[in-house]
Design a protein around this ligand. Structure first.
Ligand code: ZN
Length: 317
C-alpha cells in the first residue's frame, strides 16, 4: 500500500491533504482579501480560476501512515487502524455504518485480514465517528469511549446528533466496554495508548497519544485539527470554555514533566493529516479559540472564510 502523499507547506510541515482543505487553503493564499469568499458551490470555479496549476495526490484509504498505523476510511471522517500485533487491531473512530464494508476490505488490502478488530477506540460520540461501533462490537470488539460520552452511544442522547442523519430510525446503540478516564493508560496488545480527556466539543471527547518510532502521535478527533480547523461548537452539548481549556491542556501536555515533549504527528477526525511539527496546529487551535472567545466571535469549525485566517494566508507562496 502506498504511504501517504505528503507535501511540504510554506510553514515547513509535511502534510497529507484532502481535496476539501487543499482547495480552500490555496484559494485563501490567492483570492484578494477585499473580494468576498465564494459559496461552497462556487469553490471549484474560483479554484479553477485562481488555484495552482497542479495539485498533489490527495488522501486515500487504505494508506500506511506510520509503522503499524494506517488510514482505512476518509468519509465522512478519518478512521485509523493501529496494528497491536497478534492480539488484534485497534480501530479509531469507525465512522458511519455505510463505510464498514469498505473498512473491512481496506484492512484486508493492507494485509491485516488475519487480525481481528479487537478494540474500537472513540474520540467522541458523534454519529459520524461512532455510528459503526456496534457493527464491530458484534464481531468481537470492545468499545472504548470517554466516560462523559458513553451514555450517548449506549442509550442514545442528542450528543450523538442522531437527529442529523435519520430522524425516524433508531441509532445503532452499542455496549461500552471501557468508559475511559483522563490519564488512563491502555495496554492494547503490543501498544500503549494514553487517554487525555478533552471535553468541550462533547462532554466525553478524548484525545489519544501513541508513541511510534520516537514520534508522539496525537489522535485529535474533532478537538485538534490541522491549521486552525476546529470542532463544530454549534451542536448540542458543546462547551466553549471547556474546549479552550482542553486545547490549553493539549498545548501544554507532558507525558513526564521532566522530559521534553512535543506533538509530532496529528491524526485528526477530519481534514488533512500532519506528519511533523503538529504542536503548531495544537497551538493554533488554542490561539484561535482563545481569540474567538475573548473577542466574542463565534467559534468557526472551518477557518477558510474567516477574516483572521484570510489575512494570515493572503499572499503566501
Ligand atoms: Zn464531532
Amino acid at each position: 500500500m502506498p504511504d501517504l502523499p505528503v507535501v511540504t507547506t510554506e510553514e515547513g510541515q509535511h502534510v497529507a491533504f484532502d481535496e476539501y482543505t487543499w482547495k480552500r487553503r490555496e484559494l485563501d493564499k490567492r483570492l484578494p482579501i477585499e473580494q468576498p469568499w465564494p459559496s461552497d458551490a462556487d469553490i471549484d470555479t474560483a479554484y479553477a480560476k485562481l488555484g495552482p496549476r497542479s495539485a498533489p495526490p490527495f488522501l486515500t484509504a487504505p494508506s500506511r501512515i506510520l509503522p503499524d498505523v494506517y488510514l482505512v476510511n476518509t468519509e465522512p471522517n478519518l478512521s485509523y487502524v493501529i496494528d497491536a500485533g497478534e492480539a488484534g487491531l485497534v480501530l479509531v473512530d469507525p465512522g458511519m455504518t455505510n463505510t464498514v464494508e469498505s473498512e473491512r476490505a481496506n484492512i484486508a488490502r493492507l494485509g491485516l485480514g488475519n487480525r481481528r478488530v479487537r478494540w474500537v477506540l472513540n474520540t467522541h460520540a458523534h454519529f459520524d465517528h461512532a455510528m459503526a461501533d456496534e457493527e464491530f462490537r458484534k464481531t468481537g470488539a470492545e468499545v472504548m469511549i470517554g466516560a462523559g460520552d458513553a451514555d450517548a452511544i449506549e442509550k442514545g442522547t442528542a450528543v450523538t446528533a442522531l437527529y442529523l442523519i435519520m430522524p425516524n430510525q433508531p441509532y445503532p446503540y452499542t455496549k461500552v466496554g471501557d468508559r475511559l478516564a483522563d490519564g488512563e493508560i491502555l495496554h492494547l496488545g503490543n501498544k500503549t495508548i494514553y487517554v487525555i480527556a478533552t471535553p468541550g466539543h462533547t462532554p466525553g471527547s478524548s484525545c489519544f497519544l501513541l508513541q511510534v518510532g520516537g514520534r508522539n502521535v496525537l489522535f485529535g478527533g474533532d478537538t485538534a485539527l490541522y491549521d486552525n480547523r476546529l470542532g463544530n461548537q454549534s451542536t448540542s452539548f458543546t462547551d466553549n470554555r471547556e474546549y479552550l481549556a482542553s486545547l490549553r491542556k493539549l498545548a501544554g501536555f507532558h507525558l513526564d514533566p521532566r522530559l521534553p515533549f512535543q506533538w509530532d504527528v496529528l491524526l485528526p477526525g477530519h481534514g488533512a493529516i500532519v506528519m511533523d511539527h503538529a504542536y503548531m496546529d495544537v497551538e493554533k487551535d488554542f490561539r484561535t479559540t482563545q481569540i474567538d472567545l475573548l473577542e466574542g466571535y463565534p467559534i468557526e469549525a472551518l477557518p477558510f472564510a474567516t477574516p483572521l485566517y484570510r489575512k494570515m494566508m493572503a499572499g503566501r507562496p
